[in-house]
Design a protein around this ligand. Structure first.
Ligand code: ADP
Length: 461
């Protein structure tokens, strides 16, 4: 395979993931170029990079990072030869990937056609069906009326879930438990979809009770070689958003685990996938698994897979984009049969959300910041330091705390110790809530479903 050495890489993101990418580049000997909005003028990711440039003049704080032409302009002006989009923002934007390619800039990610397919939940579902992967009974494509939703409910029974076709981040979803609730849920789901994702299209599927969220990390190179790095269990969710992630999953059983990982590889092979991606499934208490979506990018929780496999996912992404094969030096991901995992890893998302005030994001200056550390502990932080100012403009993730140990119990003990070691003053965080989660007997038993948090009132302080 032809190699193209990346010399200068632009990171089209901010916060902890921008810093994570920066670190990978520095280790690979690549010069880093950061971008920032005017609100992020003193953000940490700016200073971590070798160079940084303002983008999205006149745009609002979020739109600055979505301003394709402004970002491309910076990339060209500063002779960048690759762009890593991180997660969120433009990471799943097929137009952005295409624009990069048009300008001769390497997009560190899959091909734009993968982003088109997997960005549309209905198209993704169709890809899964074509690869003979079980999908949740659903409308297939978008529904166009309340009556269509009701007809689905009559045929398949309640509960059902209405989802935005372009949805993400657990938003734009409504659970409906009976025909009476359809009118209101449909109106809300379509208006939320329009408002949040710019398109009101929704589709319907059967709502599964108490499933587990299991997702498989995939790595694929330009020659079509694809491996999985086993699974993560992201069932600990609050309102469909991940809070604590575990790798590997517990209590799934070897056969089911094997079947799920193989299904993920089969799907990605069927679309000739490229670079890192994640295939997400829901698993019922009786052990059936169903495809829900593909995230065609690096994920927030990639850290725990790195901890259990020893494989650097972000560096691998960059090397794959340069043209290296998965098993080639310096990527050196083993062949599938030789990929081993070590113990368990847990990640907690420490956010600036106040659990004593309905998880409202808190803002202001961090007047004191001290974190834990030690053996088997990993910290991936954004603007987390004494003196940092947390603004209201972006997501509330402050630092990802991950632990790794030979047994799940010791990884959990390590997590608890570290959560307790944090001293953060001047701003509220969700740490008191996370402490309750990681020492809850059901969590420690290891078989919680996606409804664990929402049905366990004692977790809320
Ligand atoms: P998003 O793209 O917004 O993250 P997903 O489709 O990945 O949305 O779903 C996020 C979460 O929502 C899942 O992990 C699960 O908890 C819940 N969910 C989604 N679809 C269903 C379903 N059909 N039945 C039960 N829970 C669901």
């Amino acid at each position: 395979m032809l190699k193209q050495k990346i010399k200068r890489l632009l990171i089209a993101n901010r916060g902890e993931i921008a810093i994570r990418i920066c670190r990978a580049c520095t280790e690979l000997g690549i010069r880093t170029v950061a971008i920032y909005s005017k609100e992020d003028i003193s953000s940490y990711h700016r200073y971590k990079a070798d160079e940084s440039y303002l983008v999205g003049r006149g745009k609002n704080p979020i739109e600055a990072y979505l301003d394709i032409e402004s970002i491309i302009e910076v990339a060209k002006a500063h002779h960048v030869d690759a762009i890593h989009p991180g997660y969120g923002f433009l990471s799943e934007n097929a137009d952005f990937a295409r624009r990069c390619t048009e300008e001769g800039i390497i997009f560190v990610g899959p091909k734009s056609e993968h982003l088109t397919t997997f960005g549309d939940k209905a198209a993704a579902r169709e890809a899964a069906v074509n690869a003979a992967i079980p999908v949740i009974p659903g409308s297939g494509g978008p529904v166009s009326s309340v009556d269509e939703v009701k007809a689905f409910g009559r045929t398949h029974g309640y509960p059902i879930i209405i989802k935005a076709v372009l949805g993400g981040g657990g938003r734009g979803m409504r659970i409906v438990r009976s025909a009476q609730g359809v009118d209101e849920a449909y109106a809300r789901a379509t208006s939320e979809a329009k408002q949040t994702f710019g398109k009101e299209d929704v589709y319907v599927e059967k709502y599964l009770d108490h499933p587990r969220h299991i997702e498989v990390q995939i790595m694929a190179d330009q020659s079509g070689e694809i491996v999985h790095l086993y699974e993560r269990d992201c069932s600990v969710q609050r309102r469909h958003q991940k809070v604590v992630e575990v790798a590997p999953s517990r209590g799934l059983g070897e056969k089911l685990r094997h079947d799920i990982c193989n299904a993920a590889v089969r799907l990605m092979k069927s679309v000739n996938y490229l670079n890192a991606g994640t295939v997400e499934f829901l698993v019922t208490p009786s052990g059936e698994f169903y495809f829900i979506e593909v995230n065609p990018r690096v994920q927030v929780e990639h850290t725990i897979t790195e901890l259990i496999t020893g494989i650097d996912i972000v560096s691998s992404q960059i090397l794959i984009a340069e043209g290296y094969g998965l098993h080639e030096d310096p990527v050196l991901i083993p062949e599938q049969k030789d990929i081993r995992t070590y113990g368990y890893a847990i990640q907690c998302r420490v956010t600036t959300e106040d659990p004593s005030n309905q998880f409202m994001p808190d803002t202001g200056k961090i007047v004191a910041y001290r974190s834990g550390g030690g053996f088997g502990v990993r910290l991936d932080a954004g603007n987390a330091y004494t003196g940092s100012v947390i603004t209201p403009y972006y997501d509330s993730l402050l630092v990802k705390l991950s632990t790794n140990a030979r047994t799940f119990k010791s990884a959990a003990v390590k997590m608890l110790r570290n959560l307790k070691e944090f001293r953060i003053r001047g701003i509220k965080t969700n740490i008191p809530f996370l402490i309750n989660v990681v020492q809850h007997p059901e969590f420690l038993e290891g078989n919680v479903s996606t409804t664990f948090i929402d049905t366990t009132p004692e977790l809320f302080v």
